[in-house]
Design a protein. Structure first.
Length: 450
């Protein structure tokens, strides 16, 4: 079953590529995803083609230009992120066959006949828009009301508060806890991986859009989120109250392991990801490691420009990713020679929480034989959303294109299959990491032979 992965409690980074904005996922606080991309319900922005992405995993990546033709082909700095920069709604003609008379008739009949209170005009209009979008069968094309748009904009500013969990939106409309951030409120309150969130307080979130559902979960530090949960194996719903907090998750973690192997983990492609990875890599290389493990597990994505920039640190000149719309129009994003990480032997760790920008980078490494991928199949967030800012402060995010790897692997829904598949099962003993150990073993076997 496909899911949309989000991080709940940190950022609202969406696990979808947004033209000019994001290329990643969501955490509660952000968004990301696989069976539909995973998103975190913290404060993560949607990631797509935009350049600097604020921290937030699900949702928008930092916005960037969505260029026409192949302008970006030879300009590394001209690459849009998975999510396009927000644009204002245009004045184009609406579809000619839309039955406006039917809508007007329904409104009139409701006013004349409905026994009850009719919602105000905005609420009716928002409901109509949501109904239209539901017919598209695309969880990433979504309408976001003004108050939720304001939250996403706040997330994009880099300030994140939430419960500290990563969630995924399942095709049946349930938000599933995909991962918990160690030491954060959700874990401390007793939330478990696999829990399905069906309501927050009195508000049901089943069937809501991704961003709407996340907005009910996240909130200011110090406030409570009362989560109604379906827990596998439990006959009754479980209610857990989580006190939201300001959540800080290190973007980069680096260290030297045994036997001269360097380890570098990137948790999201925020607006400064390239700079931070370069600084950490420079420090590691000063210790003369013989190989590097680059960990992109549970990285929901982020800004497209940052994805291209990080990939460029390790790749010589060549193609990194292709953005293609439904007419076949393409933008190609390239790396250049001369960066400090181009020579060191490396392995990349991925899993089902690796989404969007993470998949762009890992896919480029895999297709160009730069690194072996170890872990499990990635999320499969390979579509690009364009955020349109509407006059009332709401936002319409429209899927406009999809991402492909240099060898034309279609990321959307498929994800990336690792070269070496290694599961990380729930019963793995504490302190053990079979995927990391397999990477170390692989480097010991191969690098020592060269």
């Amino acid at each position: 079953m496909k899911k949309v992965l989000l991080i709940v409690g940190i950022l609202i980074v969406v696990g979808a590529l947004v033209a000019g904005a994001f290329a990643g996922g969501l955490v509660i606080g952000r968004v990301s995803g696989r069976s539909m991309p995973a998103t975190e319900v913290a404060t993560e922005p949607v990631q797509g083609t935009d350049e600097p992405e604020p921290q937030a995993t699900p949702l928008p990546l930092e916005s960037g230009d969505v260029r026409e033709g192949n302008e970006a082909e030879d300009a590394l700095t001209a690459t849009p992120t998975a999510e396009s920069e927000s644009g204002d709604a245009g004045d184009g003609e609406p579809t000619a066959d839309f039955n406006y008379d039917l809508v007007r008739t329904v409104l009139e009949l409701l006013k004349e006949q409905y026994y009850g209170e009719i919602p105000d005009g905005d609420d009716l209009a928002y409901g109509a828009v949501r109904g239209m979008l539901m017919t598209l069968d695309d969880p990433y094309t979504s309408f976001i009301e003004p108050d939720i748009t304001a939250i996403l904009n706040e997330d994009a500013s880099g300030a994140f508060e939430g419960i500290g969990a990563m969630v995924s939106m399942r095709e049946d409309g349930y938000l599933e806890i995909a991962n918990l951030i160690p030491g954060q409120p959700a874990e401390a309150a007793g939330v478990l991986t696999g829990d399905l969130i069906v309501a927050v307080g009195d508000q049901s979130i089943v069937g809501l859009g991704l961003y709407e559902a996340i907005a009910y979960i996240r909130g200011p530090a110090g406030t409570d989120a009362e989560l109604e949960i379906i827990r596998p194996g439990e006959p009754e719903h479980v209610t857990i109250t989580v006190t939201r907090a300001s959540i800080e998750m290190p973007i980069v973690d680096s260290k030297m392991l045994e036997d001269g192997v360097a380890y570098l983990r990137l948790t999201e492609f925020d607006a400064n990801a390239t700079e931070r990875v370069e600084a950490a890599l420079s420090e590691l290389l000063s210790e003369s490691p013989r190989a590097l493990i680059f960990d992109l597990r549970s990285n929901p994505g982020g800004w497209l420009g940052q994805a291209i920039g990080v990939a460029d640190l390790f790749l010589d000149e060549g193609l990194v990713a292709i953005q293609r719309d439904n007419t076949g129009h393409e933008q190609r994003f390239r790396s250049a020679d001369g960066d400090l990480g181009e020579e060191i032997p490396m392995v990349v760790l991925v899993n089902g929480g690796s989404a969007s920008a993470s998949e762009i980078v890992a896919g480029a490494f895999q297709d160009r034989d730069r690194a072996v991928l170890i872990g499990t199949v990635t999320l499969g967030k390979g579509s690009v959303q364009l955020p349109n800012n509407l006059d009332d402060g709401s936002q319409l995010r429209v899927t406009i294109a999809r991402w492909f790897t240099p060898d034309e692997q279609a990321l959307h829904t498929n994800g990336l299959t690792p070269d070496i598949e290694v599961d990380y099962t729930p019963d793995t003993p504490a302190g053990e990491d079979p995927q990391l150990q397999r990477a170390i073993d692989y480097l010991n076997e191969t690098v020592n032979e060269n």
